[in-house]
Ligand binder design. Structure first.
Ligand code: HEC
Length: 128
């Protein structure tokens, strides 16, 4: 009697364990898929941006609207750092990430399309 009830309890705990294991695996799988898709989307954005030709003029007007508050009208730096020679310190990919991902608060992340990102990059390239 005691043996059979304890084996039923063991069976129950095994089922509970398997159920938990199943739920945890399912959640991990969902996260993995989400991160994978997200990563693909980000690298697509970078690839598209790098294929486009940017316009310095458009880039500067974007810069004036979005960046001068922190980086200064001549990009010599205020709250944010001086952006001269930035293209020697960071490669294009790193600059795109800096602008779109908000990695370093207080600098926000920007919702920007590839053409405008290419324009901004072109402008930043003129800051020698
Ligand atoms: C709210 C203020 C703010 C705004 C607006 C802002 N930035 Fe920044 N930015 C910063 C700060 C602060 C840093 C330094 C972060 C750190 O400590 O690394 C920074 C860093 C950077 C860097 C990296 C500099 C380096 O030397 O590593 C780049 C490139 C940059 N910003 C570009 C831009 C561009 C382009 C825009 C406009 C689209 C912009 N930022 C708007 C505050 C801002």
């Amino acid at each position: 009697m005691t043996t059979s009830s304890s084996s039923a309890a063991e069976k129950n705990s095994l089922i509970l364990f398997l159920r938990k294991f199943f739920i945890v695996s399912l959640i991990s799988l969902i996260f993995a898929v989400f991160f994978y898709l997200n990563k693909g989307e980000k690298s697509n954005f970078i690839i598209k941006t790098l294929e486009l030709n940017g316009s310095v003029k458009e880039g500067y007007s974007l810069f004036k609207m979005n960046c001068v508050g922190c980086h200064g009208i001549t990009a010599r730096g205020l709250v944010g750092p001086d952006l001269h020679s930035i293209t020697q310190r960071l490669n294009d990919k790193e600059i795109i990430k800096q602008v779109t991902e908000g990695l370093t608060p207080p600098m926000p992340s920007f919702e920007i399309d590839p053409q405008n990102m290419a324009n901004l990059l072109q402008y930043l390239n003129t800051l020698k």
